[in-house]
Design a protein around this ligand. Structure first.
Ligand code: HEC
Length: 118
């Protein structure tokens, strides 16, 4: 009987530990630092002061985009999986931390884009 309840206690501990792991977000970026980098690295020049580009329709709107989409795009430019005359150079200058922060920042902004939900 004792062994059985120890087993159950151990199971509870494991379940709680797994729950904590699942609840911890994958190292989220810092929104404030992302805003600073968007300015200092010059992203705002094309993608707009608030992530909504107005000067040229070929500059994608980043505001409200999923953070992992932005992160993936920037990492793909860095490793050459995605190439673009402008963005390959822009992404090359960013650290992994810059990318996390920029992704969190742009994802936090209100977007003019809509996702149709059925
Ligand atoms: C000179 C203009 C310019 C600057 C400056 C610039 N971008 Fe871009 N960006 C573009 C263009 C053009 C594209 C579309 C490229 C393509 O088709 O792959 C793009 C694409 C992107 C994408 C992919 C978006 C999507 O929907 O697929 C991300 C993310 C991005 N830029 C982030 C940044 C960040 C972060 C910075 C600053 C470090 C930056 N850009 C600076 C012009 C610019």
């Amino acid at each position: 009987m004792q062994a059985r309840s120890n087993f159950h206690a151990a199971l509870s501990v494991i379940a709680i530990a797994l729950g904590l792991v699942a609840a911890t977000p994958a190292s989220a970026g810092n929104i404030q630092k992302g805003a600073e980098t968007a300015n200092s690295a010059g992203c705002v020049g094309c993608h707009g002061a608030d992530g909504v580009s107005v000067t040229d329709p070929t500059f994608p709107i980043l505001a409200g985009q999923y953070p992992d989409f932005i992160e993936r795009a920037l990492l793909d430019y860095q490793r050459g999986a995605r190439t673009n005359a402008i963005m390959t150079g822009m992404a090359a200058a960013l650290s992994k931390e810059d990318i996390k922060n920029l992704s969190a920042y742009y994802a936090s902004l209100p977007s003019p884009l809509k996702t149709i939900k059925r």
